[in-house]
Design a protein around this ligand. Structure first.
Ligand code: FES
Length: 83
């Protein structure tokens, strides 16, 4: 499922407002990796927990932990599963 997320909004909060629930087995602490998404357009910072879960190649392809994405600009994101 591909979605457009506005900037300056926590991705997970935006999705909840749309009625979309990421898999968040660790309650968004970055410990489970279940919330993986892929940023297709726009920029999302890479944080420490992203580096735990993804290879450098995956990071360069836009993979991020959805629970950790706080975009400063609008993003196009593939949620990597259907809801
Ligand atoms: S919810 Fe567990 S890593 Fe994101």
């Amino acid at each position: 499922m591909i979605i457009e997320c506005p900037g300056n909004t926590r991705l997970q909060d935006y999705l909840l407002k749309q009625g979309i629930h990421l898999l968040t087995a660790c309650a968004g602490r970055g410990n489970c990796g279940k919330c993986a998404v892929r940023v297709l357009k726009g920029s999302a910072a890479i944080n420490t927990m992203d580096r735990v879960w993804f290879t450098e190649e995956q990071l360069s392809q836009g993979y991020r932990l959805g629970c950790q994405v706080y975009p400063g600009e609008p993003l196009t994101v593939d949620l990597l599963r259907d809801f």
